[in-house]
Design a binder for this molecule. Structure first.
Ligand code: IMP
Ligand code: MG
Length: 175
């Protein structure tokens, strides 16, 4: 089995969507000293582009999540491998994700973070795949809504490959 990747969202389009996202967040979080919590590994590239564009003081921390299952479908077996170190009590928190698919990962992350009583908790995702949602979780902001396709690149992987692609591509398995 091998894979074929077809460009779906070009690098330039991603950059300009992140520019727009940063404008919104800079306005909303001006003087709020937010905490950005980056969900690894998938969100690393989106987060690095986004935070470079932020012009308000902020903190950044990371949560490492893994979910076990087949390569192209979410399993719901979400495990928090590494938690944040920063204290988020009474802070404005923004979760940075790569993609919201079934919503199970983000449901678990939000439950975990809510226990620490943040002042506010919002979800920003590069991609949103609403057609596959099975729990009631939606991003507050997303750069792109996509169809029910398995995508890779710009942080997203297939068997830990293709995270480095500078664009988002649709992956298909070919026999
Ligand atoms: P959820 O729990 O079903 O919302 O899945 C979220 C996680 O599954 C994401 O953080 C990704 O790591 C992974 N995922 C979901 N859809 C895709 C995809 O199209 N390409 C690559 N990874 C995906
Ligand atoms: Mg992920």
């Amino acid at each position: 089995m091998s894979e074929k990747i077809e460009v779906y969202i070009k690098h330039d389009e991603i950059m300009s969507a992140i520019d727009d996202m940063a404008i919104k967040l800079n306005e909303e979080y001006k003087d709020k000293f937010p905490v950005f919590i980056v969900i690894l590994k998938g969100a690393f590239m989106f987060a690095s582009e986004l935070v470079k564009r932020m012009n308000t003081p902020l903190n950044i921390d990371f949560m490492v999540i893994s979910s076990y299952g087949s390569s192209t479908t979410s399993s719901g077996n979400v495990r928090i491998e590494e938690d944040i170190k920063i204290n988020i009590e009474n802070r404005h928190v923004i979760i940075i994700e790569d993609i919201i698919d079934t919503g199970q990962t983000i449901e678990k992350v939000k439950q975990k973070l809510s226990v620490n009583n943040p002042l506010s908790l919002k979800l920003v995702s590069l991609l949103d795949k609403p057609s596959r949602r099975i729990v009631k979780e939606n991003p507050d902001y997303s750069c792109f809504q996509i169809e029910d396709k398995f995508v890779v690149g710009f942080g997203l992987d297939y068997n830990q490959m293709y995270r480095n692609l500078p664009y988002i591509g649709i992956l298909t398995e070919v026999k």
